[in-house]
Write a protein that binds this ligand. Structure first.
Ligand code: MN
Length: 177
């Protein structure tokens, strides 16, 4: 599906929301996917980052919503605070829900399909709540479209901040100066 098709398939194409992925090293390295929903950033911690191959199903752990003004945060969360460690704006842009219903309703039902327009990621993705085990467990899946890829790892090919061009280590060492 092209961007134009994704847009025209929406009844309300002007209602795009903020899309952000923070690269965050706290106890472990992970990628926090954040989507603007009803005035906040709905968030998932994705240990392996977003997939480009529809065959890859990436665990995405739903975590607490963040305020909208956290979207552009880059720096180091101090020792002793929750999530202590360096945070990078790994990707940013906008997203559009692909179904004609409020994203909050889609989340409540356990599946949100979106078209992401980021600087690194592009295309249709599905967030699907798993029925087994921990209720916070979702899967992030690349839907088939022109932006699908079979090989490679976008996290390794594009490791730097889209905001500053820094690596996570550089963000950490700058804060220590
Ligand atoms: Mn995090």
């Amino acid at each position: 599906m092209s961007l134009e098709e994704a847009r025209s398939s929406q009844k309300n194409p002007s209602q795009d929301g903020i899309y952000i992925i923070h690269k965050h090293r706290s106890r472990t390295l992970h990628y926090d996917l954040r989507l603007e929903v009803e005035g906040a950033l709905a968030s998932w911690a994705v240990p392996k980052g977003a997939p480009l191959n529809p065959a890859d199903r990436r665990l995405a752990i739903r975590v607490e919503d963040h305020p909208l003004d956290y979207a552009e945060f880059e720096g180091v969360i101090p020792e002793g605070e929750y999530g202590a460690g360096p945070v990078m704006v790994w990707d940013s842009g906008t997203y559009a829900a692909l179904k004609d219903e409020p994203p909050a309703d889609s989340l409540a039902r356990g599946r949100l399909d979106v078209f992401i327009r980021g600087q690194k990621l592009r295309g249709a993705f599905a967030l699907i709540r798993t029925s087994r085990g921990d209720a916070r467990n979702w899967l992030l899946i690349k839907m088939k479209d022109d932006h699908t890829r079979r090989g490679g790892h976008i996290t390794e090919e594009a490791p730097r901040s889209v905001k500053t061009g820094l690596t996570l280590d550089e963000i950490e060492s700058q804060a220590a100066d």
